[in-house]
Every structure is written in structure tokens, then in C-alpha cells.
Design a protein around this ligand. Structure first.
Ligand code: NAP
Length: 455
């Protein structure tokens, strides 16, 4: 059996990769564990030097890595280069802050000494998706390795070129041999890796069904999980919003990665006073965008695969069949490749696929609310709770609603939702649990160990 990388712009096979059998997997994990036993005893300053080195390598190789992503999953090259630069920024961030984050904390008690220390816990298995094939991996691996853990990657089957390039990058940057390893296995081989005695914890970024499956096995083994799952982020546009800014943010928040992002602007909820202006401006802006070869200067490339494209098209057709209006796109273009045009649906309501399901592609969904209360109610009418955004000129009101009303792991006022190494990232409800990035993400896979010394 093999894993295959297929270029979605023309459906040509790029490479196939032999699957690691059970024995191969066991040996790789065992070696990773041996590396971990040495790595955990290195000085933090050594691990921080490795971060510096890998950040430089990423910057040097951004075009090379961006090209692999364009070929394997269709990401426009300019966005791929930006993704690699963001990975380097993440390394810089932990380089600058890990010392402070991992510094033992003295707590004043009646004892001679009471300390909180942060210790590694072992090998972390990262089960990762194809949509940000470098960023997702770095955001789990860098903080984990910096704490002193080892990392084992099970990347999406279709991006093994990216996975192997990342493995090599860690080695080239001076990380110990085997401290970061890629397993070439499909999703249905993950269960036995979770059960492997050397794996201490699992982080999965992907769909909600995959998250549930991993959590079930990990629960049986009593191993910790962090789950970053699907989303259907609502963008709520209030009566007093700056419509031009709201439209720009919605476009930026949905178009990235050809709409295949967990935190994309998936439900645009506008109060009825602004509905016409918003819809018209959105359509005009989308009409100017360019779809094409991801190696050219384009706004969107192909989707990841023909199957993914067909699924999105089916969601669009089913939404139209129950009353949604098609304003733009919605037709599969002639020619080879998994291309799907920027598509806009309006008159979308609960009960329609475009409202109830996560659409993982370049589809803009406009929902009209009666008033601001109704807009919030519609925003929360989702099983997901990853990101959300609110647009209003009243910043105090926006902040209050962001804090207390919208059910999500992050809420942005007057901007589109984005991840940032300095800020925690994660969801609630069916979007998962746990946090990545920032101080909070770094501690997810640390043993927060209490030390008490009595004189
Ligand atoms: P996916 O099918 O769930 O795949 C993600 C990873 O899980 C892949 O490595 C996949 O391996 C593996 N996998 C699939 N089923 C599994 C199972 N039953 N047990 C163990 N592993 C399994 O998701 P995707 O289609 O690649 O990505 C799209 C989804 O990810 C969307 O729902 C999106 O919103 C979500 N996502 C969330 C975040 C976040 O931070 N919250 C970020 C990005 C994406 P194979 O490739 O071998 O199947």
C-alpha cells in the first residue's frame, strides 16, 4: 500500500510513498523515545538555539517549501511563502519567551520552599491536516520540543512531501536525530500508535469525526488530547458597521487557502438595514479575484482534490434546492484540476447545508438577520465554536458582545479571525478543546509539577 501525492491543478501523480508497517512504526517510535530520553536532559538554552537555527532555515527555504505545498495541495505560492514565514515567527516567539514561560515559579507558603516547575511528559503524537501543512505541524511541534518533549507526526496522507521536508528541516537545524519523526501511515493506522507505550499524549487538528475517534482511543489509554477541529465561524455585521471594512474582512477571512481554513468566515450574518449594500459590495469585490495556477500570482488555486471540490459543489446545490440564491460562481469549470470558482450564496437560513454544515471551500454565505439580537442568536446557532467576528463602530459594545455573547474560542472585533503565536488558539463545542500557541499552548504538554521542600 502507498500514500499518494496528487497535484490538484491537473490531477497528476507527484509521488507515492510506502506505508510504514506496524513493525516500522514501532521501531521509529522506539527510536524517537530514545532520542527523547537524551533531549529532555538538554539545557533549555540548547533547545532555544535550535529554534534560532530552524527559523533561519525556514526563511531561506520559504520558496522551496511553498512550492511543495502548491504542488501537493494547491495553495497559491505567495500564501505558502507567507505560511513558512509565519512558522519562522512562531520559532522567534518561543525563542524569546520560552525562558520566561518555563522558569520555575516560587509560591509563598508556610514551607521552606514551594515551587511550580514545568517538565516534559514524553513523546507527543501530532495528527495533522493538509490545509496548512507546515503551520499546523510547527505550531504543535515547536512548543512541545522546546519544553523537552519528543514529537511524532502523522501527517495527512496527501502531503507526505511536506511531512518529509519538515522532518529533514528539524534534522538540518540541529535538533537531535529521531526527536522529530514522520510516520507514513493512513488515518486508520493511528489507533495503534496512540496505544503505543512510548506515546504520552496526542494532539489532532482535523475534522470533528477524526477528533472523536482519536479522543476515544486516547481516553481508553488515559492519554491527554488536544483537539483542534472544524468550525463554521459567524461574522456578525451590526447596523452601525463600517460596511466597506466588514466586506474586506469577510473576503480576506474566507478567501485564504481557497476557503479551506478552519477559521474561515463561513457564515456572514448582516442585519437587514445593511443587507443590500453588503451583498452588492461583496459580489463586486469577489468578481475581481483571480483563480488559477497556484504557482502564478492568483487569489485562489484549485481545491485540494476532486473529491473535496465535488463535496462543496454538492453542498452549494443542496442549499440552492432549498431556497438559497446563487449570486456568483456555483458551476464546476471546464478543464482538468480540482478548481471551484468563488461562489456566493444569499438568502441562507438555518436548515440549509450552507448554514448547518461546515463548507470547506471558497463559498461566501450571506444570512440576513432581523436585528442585532437576532444576528447574535443566528451566530450561536451552530454546533461549532471556533472563531467569530463582530463589526460595529461602537468598540465598547463590540468588546462586550465578543466577551459575553458569542460562543467561540476567539472573537475579533472589526477584523477577520487569524492565529497568532502570541495568542491562544482553540475552540469550544464541537470545535474541540485545549489550546495551542502562546503561554497556554506551551503548557498543554508539560507536567506542571509541584515541588515542596520542608526544612
Ligand atoms: P481529517 O480528514 O480529519 O484529517 C486530519 C488528519 O486526521 C489527517 O492526518 C487524517 O489522516 C487523520 N485522520 C482522519 N480520520 C482519522 C481517524 N479516524 N483516526 C485518526 N486519524 C484520522 O481532516 P481534513 O479533511 O484533512 O481537514 C479538514 C478539517 O480540519 C476541517 O473540518 C477543518 O475545519 C479542520 N481543521 C481544524 C483546524 C483547527 O485548528 N481547529 C485547523 C485546520 C483544519 P488521512 O489524511 O490519512 O486521512
Amino acid at each position: 500500500m502507498e500514500l499518494k501525492s496528487i497535484n490538484p491543478k491537473n490531477n497528476h501523480l507527484i509521488s507515492s510513498w510506502d506505508i510504514h508497517n506496524t513493525n516500522d512504526v514501532y521501531k521509529i517510535v522506539e527510536k524517537a523515545n530514545k532520542a527523547y530520553l537524551k533531549w529532555k536532559d538538554t539545557k533549555l538554552s540548547f533547545r532555544i538555539n535550535c529554534l534560532d537555527e530552524i527559523a533561519s532555515l525556514l526563511r531561506e527555504r520559504s520558496k522551496e517549501y511553498g512550492t511543495i505545498m502548491a504542488d501537493e495541495m494547491g495553495k497559491p505560492l505567495n500564501q505558502g511563502i507567507a505560511e513558512i514565514e509565519k512558522c519562522a515567527w512562531l520559532c522567534d516567539y518561543y525563542k524569546e519567551n520560552a525562558g520566561n514561560f518555563l522558569n520555575p515559579r516560587n509560591i509563598d507558603t508556610e514551607n521552606h520552599k514551594s515551587l511550580i516547575t514545568f517538565q516534559p511528559i514524553g513523546l507527543i503524537l501530532g495528527v495533522m491536516p493538509w490545509n496548512f501543512p507546515f503551520w499546523q505541524v510547527f505550531r504543535f511541534a515547536i512548543p512541545s520540543l522546546t519544553v523537552g518533549n519528543g514529537a511524532v507526526l502523522k501527517h495527512a496522507s496527501n502531503v507526505q512531501g511536506c511531512a518529509n521536508a519538515i522532518e529533514k528541516c528539524f534534522l538540518d537545524a540541529g535538533f537531535f536525530e529521531n526527536i522529530f519523526r514522520n510516520l507514513q501511515i493512513p488515518g486508520n493506522h493511528v489507533k495503534s500508535v496512540i496505544e503505543n507505550k512510548y506515546i504520552s499524549a496526542i494532539t489532532l487538528t482535523g475534522s470533528t469525526p477524526a477528533g472523536k475517534s482519536v479522543a476515544k482511543t486516547a481516553g481508553d489509554c488515559l492519554k491527554k488530547t488536544v483537539l483542534e477541529l472544524g468550525g463554521s465561524d459567524p461574522y456578525v455585521i451590526f447596523d452601525d458597521a463600517d460596511i466597506e471594512n466588514a466586506v474586506d474582512a469577510c473576503v480576506a477571512g474566507r478567501i485564504l487557502n481557497t476557503g479551506q481554513s478552519c477559521i474561515a468566515a463561513k457564515r456572514l450574518i448582516v442585519t437587514k438595514v445593511n443587507a443590500n449594500e453588503f451583498t452588492e459590495k461583496l459580489k463586486n469585490k469577489l468578481s475581481l479575484k483571480i483563480m488559477g495556477d497556484p504557482l502564478d500570482d492568483v487569489d485562489i488555486g484549485p481545491m485540494v482534490s476532486l473529491a473535496a471540490r465535488d463535496e462543496v459543489h454538492d453542498q452549494v446545490r443542496r442549499s440552492i434546492s432549498v431556497g438559497a440564491t446563487l449570486n456568483l460562481g456555483g458551476e464546476i469549470p471546464e478543464g482538468e484540476g480540482a478548481f471551484y470558482p468563488l461562489t456566493m450564496l444569499s438568502n441562507v437560513r438555518p436548515g440549509m447545508p450552507a448554514f448547518d454544515e461546515e463548507i470547506f471551500g471558497p463559498v461566501f454565505t450571506v444570512i440576513v438577520a432581523e436585528d442585532e439580537d437576532n444576528a447574535i442568536e443566528l451566530a450561536n446557532k451552530s454546533e461549532f465554536g471556533l472563531g467569530s467576528a463582530i463589526f460595529t463602530k461602537d468598540l465598547e459594545k463590540g468588546e462586550k458582545i465578543a466577551k459575553t455573547e458569542l460562543q467561540s474560542g476567539a472573537c475579533f472585533v472589526n477584523d477577520f479571525v487569524k492565529s497568532d503565536p502570541r495568542l491562544p488558539f482553540g475552540g469550544i463545542k464541537m470545535s474541540g478543546y485545549g489550546r495551542e500557541l502562546s503561554y497556554y499552548g506551551m503548557l498543554e504538554f508539560a507536567n506542571i509539577k509541584t515541588i515542596v521542600v520542608k526544612s
